[in-house]
Design a protein around this ligand. Structure first.
Ligand code: ZN
Length: 366
């Protein structure tokens, strides 16, 4: 059902895109024609996800014993959980939960959840948890996040930065060289390298083998991937003939909830856990969409170091590059920057360090 829904959405996308701007996720080669035709029924069908929907207000629970997840690590006792989605996974009623302290997510069967948790009480102080405090602050400020707080736990690195890689739909081959660099860094440091991958349904559907490669690196402990939601169909609505001015998800015709939840379904169906972070296509958002995102219990991430636009990596930066082949100049410049001898040495020693994109939360996870 979901696969058919996504396929029909992608088909509509191919019709709706006629022109595009020059960078990143909005180039003329980004139009999704082939995406709709290729790879159908290959990606997105491993696990059956049905009826994924948001729960609002999101219930708050505390685990009373170690609770196994259908997807994700076993939840230890005494963890504070926020239940943000309900779904059926392979026919079993389940919930997507966020650990309010770590911001990590898991899909847990409804029966395991009801047997292994209790309802939160006032003394659990959910309001002080990183997740709830962050959502509260975002609901007040209505802004997107683009830097890592100075007080985030970044392991003492002099230059911590979060690498985020957008995977908008594209006809071009992916930037395997970027991921190869990260895997190589992992081999040198002996640790998984944190990377945020902003996935779209279109790319995931078109490139099942490349997606499997990403998952393989994750399983092998080379990459610690935070799956960032970049929408199901990444719509582009041009406002002039050249498409220099464009709307993405802010166009009134977009079903925003369906874009967000559709990508979550796509991720879960491939065994990937959606993080509570969302990247707006084109970094384009407005007050109404930010409010909708807040109601969906997600946090918006922009970037202060869009490399292809000449914005340099600085301590605390959220770096944005495109891994979908649409912005090779960004990958060129990024690889030059991280291979520059003094930074390369700092990356090996940990003085410069890639950190989890979850650290962008206004109240960072502990
Ligand atoms: Zn994009």
């Amino acid at each position: 059902m979901l696969v058919r829904w996504l396929a029909s959405r992608l088909g509509l996308l191919a019709i709706s895109l006629t022109a595009a701007t020059a960078v990143g996720c909005a180039s003329p080669t980004d139009d999704g024609d082939d995406v709709a035709a290729e790879g159908a029924d290959q990606a997105l069908v491993e696990r059956r996800v049905e009826g994924l929907s948001a729960i609002a207000p999101a219930p708050r629970l505390v685990t009373t014993r170690a609770t196994a997840a259908m997807l994700g690590a076993t939840l230890p006792a005494s963890r504070k959980l926020v239940v943000i989605r309900e779904l059926k996974l392979d026919g079993t009623a389940a919930r997507l939960v966020v650990d309010a302290t770590s911001l990590e997510t898991a899909v847990v069967s409804s029966s395991a959840l009801s047997g292994g948790t209790r309802a939160a009480v006032a003394s659990d102080d959910f309001e002080a948890t990183p997740y709830i405090a962050s959502l509260r602050e975002l609901a007040t400020t209505r802004r997107a996040l683009e830097r890592i707080d100075d007080d985030a736990a970044t392991g003492g690195a002099r230059e911590p930065f979060a690498l985020t890689v957008d995977m908008c739909q594209s006809r071009k081959p992916w930037e395997k060289r970027l991921f190869d660099w990260a895997v190589d860094l992992s081999t040198q440091t002996g640790k998984p390298v944190p990377v945020g991958v902003a996935m779209t349904g279109g790319w995931a559907k078109a490139y099942p083998n490349e997606l499997d490669q990403l998952l393989g690196w994750e399983r092998a402990g080379k990459l610690a991937i935070t799956w960032i939601n970049h929408s199901a169909t990444h719509p582009l609505h041009c406002e002039d003939a050249s498409c220099r001015r464009a709307k993405f998800l802010t166009d009134a015709s977009v079903d925003f909830d369906a874009e967000v939840l559709g990508l979550e379904s796509a991720l879960i169906s491939r065994g990937m856990l959606p993080s509570p972070i969302f990247r707006f296509p084109g970094l384009t958002h407005d007050r109404a969409r930010l409010e909708q995102l807040s109601r969906l219990s997600l946090m918006p991430i922009d970037a202060d170091a869009w490399i292809a636009k000449g914005q340099p990596i600085r301590p605390g930066s959220v770096v944005l590059v495109h891994g979908n082949g649409n912005e090779p100049q960004g990958i060129d410049a990024f690889l030059r920057a991280v291979r520059e001898p003094s930074r390369a040495a700092a990356l090996r020693s940990g003085q410069s360090a890639l950190v989890s994109p979850l650290l962008i939360a206004p109240a960072p996870p502990r």
